[in-house]
Design a protein around this ligand. Sequence first.
Ligand SMILES: Cc1cc2nc3c(=O)[nH]c(=O)nc-3n(C[C@H](O)[C@H](O)[C@H](O)COP(=O)(O)OP(=O)(O)OC[C@H]3O[C@@H](n4cnc5c(N)ncnc54)[C@H](O)[C@@H]3O)c2cc1C
Length: 575
Amino acid sequence: MERTDILVIGGGLAGLRAAIAAHDAGRTVAVMSKVYPIRSHSGAAQGGVNASLGNHPDGGDDTWQGHAFDTIKGSDYLADQPRAEILAKDAPAAVIEMEHWGAYFSRFDDGRIAQRPFGGAGFPRTCFAADRTGHHLLHTCWEQTLKRGIKVYSEWLLLELVKHGDAVVGAVALHIPTGDIESFPTGAVILGAGGHGRIFAKTTNAYINTGSATAAAYRAGARLEDMEFVQFHPTTLYGTNILISEGVRGEGGLLRGADGERFMDRYAPSVMELAPRDIVARGIQTEANEGRAFEGDGSGYVHLDIRHLGADVITTRLPGIRQIAMEFAGVDPIDEPIPVQPGQHYSMGGIACDEDGVTDLPGLYAAGECSCVSVHGANRLGGNSLLETLVFGKRAGDRAAANAGGSGGSGGGAGDVPSFVYDKAVQTQHDLIDAFASRDSGVRQIDIRRRMQQTMTAKVGVFRDEAPLADAVSELAGLREEYASVSLDATNRCFNYDLIDTLELGGMIELAEATALGALKRTECRGSHWRIDHPGRDDDNWLKHTMATRADDGTPELSFDDVIITDYEPMERKY
Ligand SMILES: Cc1cc2nc3c(=O)[nH]c(=O)nc-3n(C[C@H](O)[C@H](O)[C@H](O)COP(=O)(O)OP(=O)(O)OC[C@H]3O[C@@H](n4cnc5c(N)ncnc54)[C@H](O)[C@@H]3O)c2cc1C
């Protein structure tokens, strides 16, 4: 493929925002995405994007400093504080930029962008477009991408990053419609490849959120940070685990147990349903574990009640939620409560990088959910992730553009890389696929995938304990060994999803192992990570980031880095 200065992997919000920035800085840019970009998971985001605009009549005094503090407190003090400050400070400009690019927003009567309250925030700070915010933002960034004529490789699956020495100088990818494998020489790669929620059985994430590009970065030598911090969203639709946005509680939705009682006063009496997600998820799970929820499939569910909001609010502010509840649970929330339970939702951990997306590897940058800039720490606040994609996608694009000047230098530089480096990388992938295709072991990827997902949901979930975590670590190591003998059911070239799922599964198991091992080692409770055998947060020993490096055999090796604390001393997190 033709060489570009910058290759962006990911057509979601982070990838497109990075591509736009790099293009506007004068670089040649291409975007690669395993699905047509507007099918990326960003388009599923419902509730909103945070910025301290102070438009709400009750939010007049809101400041970026207040937003930064809420983010850091919400993170249970694991966020790197200067980076959380950048997130909050750049937020108003990022949202206004989207408005000026033509994004739809819900508005107050005076025409200003409307803001709703979200969990863990001191002010109504979440800007939204009904309950389809991600859809509108993604389409806006897509329009800007098209307007600039940025080259897009759609339905190409990144298989491996190409390195020359230490530097990342390109990618090898599979064209899903034809089965062709090609190399993409470039001066720098920016990963905006999204989350990896599909390592869990119960998740709000799209089927495409496998983390295969994150796993490729890990194989190339990038470190993964804080993988044990997994956000479980309190309200996912019982049965399918489709997200029921926090915006529902922001609009006034109430949680009730099997006897109709509002139970959140037991867990967060001052803010009730609008406590941060980790606290509400544990509240619901505790109600289920102690027999006060509906029984359902064994894991239990509660009711999310919005009947009192009335048909007008429901149909104008929450039309998508109503549609999901009706189509997937047979419940019209105007007349009946919505059955909900916690489910995996967001990956706080990811590829370690700084505020400009710079990773451990020269020529490799990361932004959005696949990255760990460390603004969310141990628990992300709702509305901060869409914001992260815009703020840090732009910064990564700017930095990669500045560094990728010509060949060589800290931006990598495919200009002087011999062609055999790329040829060899392509051949390695052909050999790998041939090995899967020529085997006849009868071991199927789907069996291994399901066992991995069930292990993660059952043993690395909302509540964690030493023995199940240790079991999970050894089960995952066993699955990694079984994976080595997987054979393919289908060997066709076009749209061979048996092959694609097989290729992605190896990386998923490795991300799951890093998550489970981090959870086993971290003997404290912090944010989303709740160890029933180690009550309480332990700042003396655990105010640090978990860093995972991949050993040659694929196992994670952990080390620990300091948290950057500047303005806010860790305090007890009370709501
Ligand atoms: C249902 C749901 C609702 C949400 N609601 C909100 C909300 O209201 N507010 C909020 O702040 N956050 C919300 N989030 C979180 C937020 O939407 C995501 O964290 C964010 O959109 C991720 O954006 P991204 O650009 O990093 O990744 P994505 O949008 O997931 O895009 C990833 C891209 O990478 C590509 N890709 C991945 N792997 C490969 C590969 N191997 N080869 C080629 N391409 C690859 C994909 O094709 C895709 O284009 C929600 C998440 C979910 C799941």
